[in-house]
Design a protein around this ligand. Structure first.
Ligand SMILES: Cc1ncc(COP(=O)(O)O)c(C=O)c1O
Length: 374
């Protein structure tokens, strides 16, 4: 099937672009000896896990279900971190994991005996309390009062006997200069204990596959830590794996006017691209411009009852008409993992576009997917 024939809305993941990202990540692994894991929270299209597993070392999970998915569908190194694991899930979590990262010494004390018994390598998430993010406080684990990671004040070296690794995650869509800056603080604060570790995990948020990303600085950072502390370095990017590797196809249902032109699409910001509202951001839209840049400007919104279900204002060369197809870009990440069926909205199908442009429907959803959750 060709892209033009697909029923909208649907997420279309482009294999060619995914492969391009994976090859870039593989190069970093080869040049540094670091290991790279897919952060499933960003992209869990498990039909592609066997392919991703050919280029990366494994997957990382935010809890039981992702841990199980990574274990069952990728079957390589499987890591898991959660701000707080549950007593009634920990045995199963450990069954799927090679590495487990605890968020506090309290969690370590609660669960380390079980982890040791199962031969699972234990890590601790540290919080260097050094923010390098400007705009998005919601994505800043170093923000004041953060529950994520152990601060220096709360660090208890006397409890490190079974701890093999340290993990920090502080970045979001950032370049390697911010990693370098963060690393300096991590070393100042936690360097003494980094020497006693087997591995250090730099977390995610590295926008490695973005065009302007400075890979040389990333490589320097990895080699520096590897050589100074004699540790295995891990990275666990989510976005970088599937960055710009998918789109969301949609169709204009209606147009109208209320002070300005608007169009109602068959996709919803609130349901199908929740980060547009949560983050918030304006997703790129193919063949469109900023408001006023082209002749016809429209406010694009979803068909839900939520007044704020607005994707953004975009301009076009021609007026929009009902039936016109539009393509939002960079929609593989944090989209299908976060979508919902508010208002009874159908979930978009998940489609894989092969390298020759042929499209294969991987998954379709219907009424039962809405009903079964309620
Ligand atoms: C602990 C951890 N690791 C990895 C990631 C992946 O980050 P990204 O998708 O920005 O690369 C996140 C994202 O929130 C995270 O919290």
């Amino acid at each position: 099937m060709r892209k033009e024939e697909l029923r909208t809305p649907c997420y279309v993941v482009q294999k060619a672009k995914l492969l391009d990202n994976l090859r870039q990540l593989q190069e970093i692994r080869e040049q540094t000896g670091c290991k790279i894991l897919l952060a499933q929270k960003a992209f869990s299209m498990y039909a592609l896990y066997p392919l991703i597993g050919e280029y990366l070392d494994g997957a990382t999970a935010s809890g039981l279900y992702e841990a199980r998915l990574g274990f069952e569908e990728m079957g390589k190194e499987n890591h898991v971190y959660s701000p707080a694991f549950r007593e009634d899930e920990i045995d199963e979590v450990l069954k799927y994991s090679e590495h487990i990262v605890f968020n506090s010494f309290s969690q370590l004390e609660k669960f380390q005996d079980k982890a040791v018994k199962q031969g699972v390598s234990i890590g601790l998430r540290i919080n260097p309390e050094h923010s390098t993010q400007g705009d998005h406080a919601i994505y800043d684990p170093c923000a004041k009062g953060s529950r994520l990671g152990i601060t220096l004040e709360n660090f208890r070296p006397e409890l490190l006997e079974h701890v093999d690794g340290l993990h920090f995650h502080t970045l979001c869509e950032q370049n390697s200069d911010d990693l370098k800056e963060t690393l300096k603080v991590v070393e100042q604060k936690f360097g003494t204990w980094m020497r006693r570790m087997k591995w250090i995990n730099f977390g995610g948020g590295h926008h490695i596959t973005r065009e302007d990303y400075d890979k040389e600085t990333l490589i320097e950072c990895i080699l520096h830590v590897k050589e100074t502390y004699g540790v295995q370095v891990y990275l666990e990017p989510g976005e970088a794996v599937a960055l710009n590797a998918g789109s969301l196809l949609t169709t204009v249902l209606e147009t109208g006017k209320n002070g300005m032109d608007y169009a109602i699409l068959d996709t919803s910001a609130a349901c199908h691209m929740p980060d547009v509202i949560e983050m918030p951001y304006r997703p790129p839209l193919k063949d469109s411009g900023m408001p006023g840049e082209k002749a016809y400007t429209y406010r694009l919104g979803g068909p839900t009852c939520l007044a704020g279900d607005i994707i953004g204002d975009y301009s076009f060369d021609e007026p929009l008409e009902s039936g016109k197809r539009l393509e939002f870009l960079d929609m593989a990440i944090y989209s299908m993992v976060k979508n919902n069926t508010f208002n009874g909205m159908p979930l978009p199908a998940i489609v894989l576009e092969e390298e020759d442009g042929e499209c294969r429907i991987v998954k379709e959803f219907g009424y039962e997917d809405f009903k079964m959750r309620l």
